[in-house]
Every structure is written in C-alpha cells, then in structure tokens.
Write a protein that binds this ligand. Structure first.
Ligand SMILES: Cc1ncc(C[n+]2csc(CCOP(=O)(O)OP(=O)(O)O)c2C)c(N)n1
Ligand SMILES: [Mg+2]
Length: 597
C-alpha cells in the first residue's frame, strides 16, 4: 500500500523523536490513527478520557521530560476540548504540538457537521504556528515547522488536517517554483550573556548587603549553581510555585514558596532585601517582591519578554540559568558579613515550627495541613509531585519538604482545576520507574480528575513502579474560592456556588480496580500514607478535611482582615466554626508579621 499523508506524518513525527502521543480519536482524525496503528507502536498512543486531559498530559510530559509534548484530537468538539490544556502549556512556556482533524476540504465553508474554524480558534493559544494543510506536499514543512518552533520557542503549535487529506497518497514537494523543501532536526543553542553585562550584574550583586534570590521553573536544571551563588552572596532563596523542585527544602536558607501560597520567611526576605536576583521566574505578583526603589535588581531569563516585567531590574541578562550562573560565579565576591543570612535561617527554622503547629491544630475532622505535613517525611526518593488548583495547592507549596532528585509541577500560569491527575498520569509515562503523588480537591475531582482515574485503571499495569497515589481533600466545598470571597471580597460564603456534594471517592476508586483508603481521624493519617506508599496498586487516599482552616497568604493586610471581619458581620453561614478556627490562625497571621498598610 502506498504511503498515505497520515503514514507520512507518523513517520515524520518519529524522525523528530516523538515516541508518545496523548489523545482521543474521532472520524476527523482517523487517517492519522490508522497510520499510528500501521506503524505498530513506533509511537505509543495514550488514550485519555477527555481531550482537555490529553492536552494537560502533553503539557506535563513536556515539563517532566524537557521534550516536546504531543496531543491529538478529532475535528470540531475534540479540537475545542483541547484548548484549556493547551493554554496550560502556553502559560507555562512548554513545547506542545496539537494535531487535530478537520472536515473534508470539499465540505469546508459549507456549515458542515463538526466544521469549526480551527485556525481562528487556535490562533491565540498556538499563535507561534498554526496552519491548516491543503495538499500532501505541504504536510512535510508543516510538521517540521510546527515541531521546530514549538521546541525552539517553547510554545504551543498546531496542525489542522482535513480528514480526506489524511487518506491521500503522500507526495514529496515537487522541485519547482512554489514548493518548500524542509528538513528534520534542532539542536538547542547555548544561550549566555556578554561578559560586560555579566560584570555589570556582578557589580550590583557585590554592592548589596542583603541579597534575596527568587527562582522559578527556569532554574530547575541549575540547582548546584543557585546554591553556589546563594552561598557566596549570603542570600536566602525563595521559590516560585513552578520552581518548587529547583532547590531542596532541607537547605537552611531556602525560604520556600512565595506569594499567595507562600511562606512568611519568603515575604520577610523580600520586604527586607536591598538586592533582588531573579532567576528563571515569571512569578506574577509584584506585591510580594520588594517595593520599587527598595532594591537593586538583576534578572536572568532565557525569554527576553519575561525580563523586568515584575520588578524594574537594573541588569537584565538573557541566558540559560545554569550557564549564566556559571559565568557569573567567579565574578561574585564571597560576602564576609553573614548577618543577613543568619537572620533568614533563623526565620526559616521558626517558620517550619509554625507550620508544624498549624498542621497539628485540631480541626473538624482533619486539618488539611496535617495531610501534607504527614506526607513530607514519607516522600519516597525520586517522587514526582503534582497538585490541583484549590486549597491543597497551598499545603503542597508550603508544607511539602521537597528533597533533591524529586520533581514537582502543577498548572502554574493558568492555575486551572482538573490538571493534577492528568499531570500525574503523564508523569508515569515520562518516568515509569518513579513514584507519583497527586493532591486534589474534591471539586477538582468531580470536575474531571475522577474520570481520568479510569485512564490510570487502564494503564497502571504497564508501569515498572506502581506507586501512584492521588490524595483527595474531601471538604464538600470549593474552599479556595470560599476563602477568597471572604478575605479578598469581604463576602460571606455563598452556599449555592460553594457547597459541593459528598462523594465516596475511595469507593469509586475501588469500583474501577484501584485501592481506596478513607481517613477521617487525624491520628490515622500517618499510617494511611504508609499504607498508600506501600501499595503496589494505584491508591486513592480520601481524607475528610475541614473547610474552616484558612488557606491564607502569609501576610494578611489589615484591609483584608477588615473585609474578613465584615463577612462575619454580614453573616457567614459557618460563622461559629469560622470564628473558632480563625481566631487561632487568621488573626495570629495579621498581628505578628502583618502588613502595616
Ligand atoms: C477550570 C477552573 N475553574 C474554576 C477555577 C476557580 N477555582 C480555583 S480553586 C477553586 C476551588 C477548588 O475546589 P476544590 O477542588 O474542592 O479544592 P478546595 O479549594 O476545596 O481544597 C475554584 C473554583 C479554576 N481555577 N479553574
Ligand atoms: Mg473542596
């Protein structure tokens, strides 16, 4: 049989090194699925329950491997379902290629079934490169460009394939005017700044006496270099959410997460520093960085458009984090005065005690902080950690003490619900030998993570390491937003929008062949984690957690405290228990390190 366009595409993807593809079938893309079948496993197809989940998987696969993530869907609804997952990749700068079907060329423009203007639909999310194919010889350069641009620019790209074209016999581009003759391959360049700019950066860093470092996902492969420069500068290091695994939390000068999900030592360090060194981070909230004019700034980022975006920097260096730091290190002088660092280390030590105190506070029935607190010392080597968006992301960011060699990621820029389980599945396809733990709220579980457990049930036997655990925080509430309504808006909890049904998640897991564990007693949490980690079958650990434990930012402004008090005056439906729980935690957070505004 002659090679079809579908066969050629599969062949070409393979030539580019693609070995895995996440997706869902449909007649708009059958020509490529037929080719995948004929290719006999050269590229493994992983079937999700929903195209959005396949796109999250492609995004997470790119995060956990550093390679291109690929997702595939049919025309119309399949293609439109991909969009949110693709935005996740787009906002976190991940290289992802989406391959989608389209109606037959002769039908297009005919208000035909499942005909959607996909080039327009994908134009924003895949703006770096989106093209609809119209003839066989065109497909070669569409694949080559879509992949090269995705990898080189760390962007999302898309190819739209009319279904009849997929079945046509492939033809190479003819040697004549109007043909494009492209090729395969890309070698990542070494990106580093000029020496004069490095010297300017070193001068700023050497002049400072209180240096704060902020690292993000761009520093994930620069752990040793960040430690080395932090040591020389006598600095502390805060970590943006996507940079959680950049530095281990057992280093005494690592202040942990920053921002709304952040820690007090990170906040205090930023408020007190005279110099800010930011490495590979797009951390969005400027109010958690020094006030303009307070500190001199140096930033290192591989993407020029991310420079001087959150804080006006004096020196902006375009470069790979590790390469740039290696060049910078010999120019930086070891600071003799370690007072600043000692202070940071003292704050960090106290903060870990505060977190333990908070985790051990009684709650009704289980304090959600204790769930992650108990997990922390039990984290297996090399574990990959994911979290959904919701209150558990606070505990994931603050309480989990990550160690060297572990990986951690979530939907950062988009902060979308529904990403934790697909991320945790992709983690297994990226590294089948590593344990995986995902934290998920009950709302996010109901939204789509529950259905994706069926994907786990389908594939887990293929994984060489079968430790795969999803921990569900069952609080019958969309808790993060409940607290945002209370604290940010001064509104009481709106039961109609916030309360969600109680579902026996662990029993659902059991129904589909996974192991289910249920805990509603804080004293049994440790043993439950031990049991889950010892299981050689994927586990759903359901914990009945208290929605009245506030997932609050480390600094609460007086303004927010006032709004919160207003909610009580307006009559929050949970007033009694809210007052009880928050008297312990919220107000204590306002008073000691509270913002003076
Ligand atoms: C797709 C999507 N829809 C809505 C939101 C807004 N949102 C953020 S967290 C959250 C609540 C999540 O509830 P749950 O999963 O139960 O976690 P909890 O906060 O209760 O721990 C909502 C609605 C979002 N981030 N993403
Ligand atoms: Mg919830």
């Amino acid at each position: 049989m002659a090679q079809t366009v579908g066969d050629f595409i599969v062949e070409r993807l393979h030539a580019w090194g693609v070995r895995k593809m996440f997706g869902y079938p449909g007649d708009g893309i059958n020509g490529v699925f037929g080719a995948l079948n004929r290719a006999k496993g050269k590229i493994e197809f992983i079937q999700a329950r929903h195209e959005e989940m396949a796109a999250f998987m492609a995004s997470a696969y790119a995060k956990f491997t550093g390679e291109l993530g690929v997702c595939i869907a049919t025309s119309g609804p399949g293609a439109s379902h991909l969009i949110t997952g693709l935005y996740d990749a787009r906002l976190d700068h991940m290289p992802v290629l989406a391959i989608v079907g389209q109606q037959a060329r002769n039908a297009m423009g005919g208000h035909y079934q499942q005909e959607v203007d996909l080039a327009s639909l994908f134009k924003d999310v895949a703006g770096a490169f989106v093209q609809q194919a119209s003839s066989p010889p065109q497909v070669r350069h569409l694949v080559d460009r879509a992949i090269r641009i995705a990898i080189a620019e760390r962007r999302v790209t898309a190819i739209i394939l009319p279904n009849d074209l997929q079945e046509e016999t492939y033809r190479e581009p003819p040697r004549k005017h109007g043909s494009v003759h492209s090729g395969v391959g890309f070698a990542r360049p070494k990106i580093e700044p000029y020496e004069t700019d490095l010297r300017r950066a070193a001068a700023v860093l050497n002049a400072g006496s209180k240096v704060a470092i902020l690292v993000g996902a761009g520093a994930l492969r620069a752990t040793d270099e960040v430690i080395a420069i932090a040591d020389k500068l006598g600095a502390g290091v805060a970590k943006a959410l996507l940079g959680k695994a950049a530095l281990p939390d057992d280093l005494p000068f690592v202040t942990g997460s920053i921002g709304l999900l952040g820690t007090k030592p990170s906040y205090d360090m930023m408020m007190g520093c005279d110099t800010l060194l930011m490495i590979g981070s797009g951390f969005p909230y400027s109010e958690f960085l020094p006030e303009e004019g307070q500190a001199r700034g140096v930033q290192i980022d591989i993407a020029p458009d991310m420079l001087s975006l959150r804080y006006p920097m004096e020196v902006n260096l375009v470069g790979d984090a590790a390469e740039t730091l290696r060049l910078l290190l010999p120019m930086v002088v070891h600071k003799q005065d370690r007072g600043w660092r000692d202070e940071i280390q003292k704050n960090v030590k106290e903060w870990w005690k505060t977190l333990e105190d908070r985790a051990m506070q009684p709650a009704n029935p289980v304090n959600p902080q204790r769930v992650t607190w108990e997990l922390s010392p039990r984290l297996p080597d090399g574990v990959i950690l994911t979290s959904d968006s919701g209150s558990c992301a606070n505990w994931w960011a603050r309480d989990l003490k990550i160690k060297r060699g572990m990986m951690a990621s979530l939907s950062g820029g988009l902060a979308s619900m529904g990403a934790a389980v697909p991320y945790a599945i992709a983690a297994k396809f990226a590294h089948p030998d590593r344990p995986v733990v995902a934290l998920v709220g009950d709302g996010a579980m109901q939204m789509n993570n529950m259905a994706e457990l069926i994907t786990v049930a389908k594939y887990w036997r293929k994984w060489s390491n079968r430790q795969w655990i999803v921990c569900v925080f069952n609080n019958e509430d969309l808790n993060q937003v409940t607290w945002e309504q209370r604290v940010m808006n001064g509104d009481p909890k709106f039961n109609a929008s916030q309360e969600i049904p109680n579902v026996p998640y662990h029993r659902f897991a059991e129904l589909i062949g996974l192991k289910g564990i249920y805990v509603d007693d804080p004293e049994k949490l440790g043993a439950a984690w031990d049991e889950a980690l010892a299981s050689r079958r994927p586990v759903l650990l359901e914990v009945k957690t208290d929605p009245e434990v506030p997932p609050l930012s480390p600094h609460i402004t007086l303004e927010q405290a006032k709004k919160f008090t207003e909610t009580l005056i307006k009559g929050d439906p949970r007033e009694g228990s809210v007052i009880r729980e928050t008297a312990r935690q919220v107000l204590s957070a306002v008073l000691p390190g509270g913002d003076k505004k």
